[in-house]
Design a protein around this ligand. Structure first.
Ligand code: IMP
Ligand code: MG
Length: 218
């Protein structure tokens, strides 16, 4: 008598094949160590988190002061690249953005003759200009740039710098917004360079003197 059940016969189980894209297991991102650069640092002055917090605070001050104004942010290339990118993203307000190229051709860590490498494109006449730079050192660069900008007749002109080394100031330049007041030391990272290196570091560190003294001797 047949029960309809095939005794002893292997019953093949249907395995469900999942449709859709193959599962890709992502490699766990390694935390960045920056070993190559840390060896060249005498000290780390500001870590990523501290910089982020301070740049946010600056953006709050700027938002408050420029509410309802016709803001044009003018940034000096190349050192401001990181600072500017973070600052303008935190600025929750309408603004225009333009760049000026300035190079200080000095040897090693000494600032030399300031040369303009890119001119402004926007018309800033009658507008509220906020000039953004990486660091205010002797003040020669900003003295030159501010006098050039004033000739374009903006309604107002203020200066915002990430770092300031007041101890080395020789010109009468005052920054309206300062991220950090730092001691007289040569710093790199977060956009700041030595011989075009170290700009990509997420932190700001003091470069070991032996690194730049080597270049100065050459
Ligand atoms: P200043 O004209 O002497 O005020 O120098 C301004 C420029 O020199 C900055 O925009 C930087 O490009 C450069 N500079 C001054 N101090 C440092 C530093 O400690 N690290 C890197 N660049 C610096
Ligand atoms: Mg600069």
């Amino acid at each position: 008598m047949s029960s309809g059940v095939s005794c002893g016969a292997a019953v093949k189980k249907k395995t469900k094949v999942k449709q859709g894209p193959a599962k890709v297991t992502k490699a766990k991102p390694k935390p960045k160590q920056n070993h190559h650069a840390l060896m060249d640092m005498a000290a780390v002055l500001y870590r990523e988190r501290e910089i982020r917090r301070r740049v946010k605070e600056l953006s709050w001050d700027i938002e408050r002061d420029y509410a309802g104004k016709d803001l044009v942010v003018v940034s000096l290339l190349n050192g401001t690249v990181m600072f500017l990118a973070d600052l303008v993203r935190y600025l929750d307000m309408p603004l225009r953005l333009d760049f000026m190229g300035v190079s200080s051709y000095g040897k090693g860590t000494k600032s030399g003759k300031v040369v303009f490498t890119k001119e402004l494109k926007l018309d800033v006449k009658g507008r509220d200009v906020l000039l953004v730079d990486d660091i205010l050192d002797t003040g020669k660069t900003l003295a030159l740039v501010t006098s050039k900008l004033k000739k374009l007749k903006p309604r107002s002109l203020k200066v915002c710098v990430l770092l300031s080394k007041s101890a080395r100031r020789t010109e009468k330049v005052v920054a309206d917004y300062v991220g950090f007041e730092i001691p007289d030391a040569f710093v790199v990272g977060y956009g700041l360079d030595f011989a075009e290196q170290y700009r990509n570091l997420p932190f700001i560190g003091v470069l070991k003197p032996e690194i730049y003294e080597l270049v100065a001797k050459k």
